[in-house]
Write a protein that binds this ligand. Sequence first.
Ligand code: ZN
Length: 522
Amino acid sequence: MIVHHGSIYTVDKNFAVQQAMAINDGKIIAVGSNDDILKMYEADEIKDLGGKTVYPGFIDAHAHIVEYGLNLQQVVLNGTQSWEECIERIRSFIKSKNIQPGEWIQGNGWDQNDWEIKNFPSKELLDANFPNNPVVLVRVDGHALIANEKAIRLGNIKPGQTVKGGSVETIDGKLTGIFIDVAQGLIWSIVPGTTNEKFTAALKEAQQNCFSVGLTTVQDCGLGKNTVDMIDSLQKKGVIKIKLNVLLSDDSANYAYYLKAGPYKTKLLNVNGFKLYADGALGSRGACLLQPYNDKPGWQGFLIKDRTYYEKMLPQIYNSKFQACTHAIGDSGNRMILQAYAAVLKNKNDRRWRIEHAQVIDKSDFGYFGQYSIIPSVQPTHATSDMYWAGDRLGAERIKGAYAYKQLLDQNGWIPLGTDFPVEDISPLKTFYAAVARMDSKGFPAGGFQMENALSRKEALMGMTIWAAKSAFEESEKGSLEPGKAADFIILDKDLMKCPENEVLKTKVAATFINGEKVFGK
Ligand SMILES: [Zn+2]
């Protein structure tokens, strides 16, 4: 295949822009001027780009594609105005997914505080509308669920039943369907696990959405061997074509198997790291801070595990070929991991151990990243999602070291970007806009949030392509459009490097190619 008459951002080391590209057998064989490429090569397919721009396929360096796909198989109840609207959404879900009688229906995201009647709902409407399907719908915060009669019968749950650490709501001797906290386990114990069909449907739908926004590789942060094996077999069957990197979740089964077996790599799959956790999140005040929260005196959040745990696991990872990638949000969580990494890495190195999020960094700690070649793996949309309240949590001084992407980039001269979807939207264009403009889609705040930490367009594009590839040791095979690399590329209807800032989010992906094969677009 030849593509020509475009602006091809190769993202090579000179950041060269070319006009044409020749592809053979899934790989790029040449990039250059229209004349050179059209003269030098013959092709079955010759595609005139008509002046459109081409970029390397976007790579999301931190996301949860499996979870995202599974969520798509559930009814989304966020933003409903009433219980009746929830029923309506379930009805259209049944239609769109062709749900058969007897199949479980799962949903999430309802919040009665958004409704006119602010009491917990009860199951009568569910029973009247869906008598033949067990239904379970989780509240937005995960602390309560409602189940219908069909589900309750399957669980053989009785009115007035007591559960320590939870409650089975019973009014006038009747179950309302509401289960709170630990009592939710009575329902979860009877919900069937994900079937192969469900998993396949989930991953197919997720990959299609990814292709439509220009993603050709996604790094999934936190999976186990069973899931890895299912992905591998779907990719080998040709059902799943998106390229995936996997960080294994921090559990003993994964360590037992993979530390012995070593990294696993195919043409589409690369299992290359372990995902550990230092602390929680800033929004729920679970992030571990060096000083108390600005809006909760005396509270500093907490570390998930003792430092001794990391001191035990990190040397084992170091002695394998895996990367260590640790979630750290608070300045205390980050410091603990930076110091634990430093103790093992000892000096500059090329192990590319990562800190996921690296969200709040004390000013005296930035230097660790450069000194020990520790890679911050950041998600620019977190900055523009959190900016409304992050200052309340951190106070005016501490927030200056938060979402400090430019300062972090300067440490090693490169930085991978991601989204953390489904926590954020999947679109890499939102990442690009958040990194560069540091505003929300409405243009707030005017002038941008802490602009000293904005990235240039070039840096943002590199963070979503070549640096994201580098963060998983894949920069020699993808992330730029150069001879010998995979023909993973996208065609956009606007020039991201030149269009007015407020047009970035209106940019459309015209086509997405993986290994030279068109997986999205006309
Ligand atoms: Zn994540």
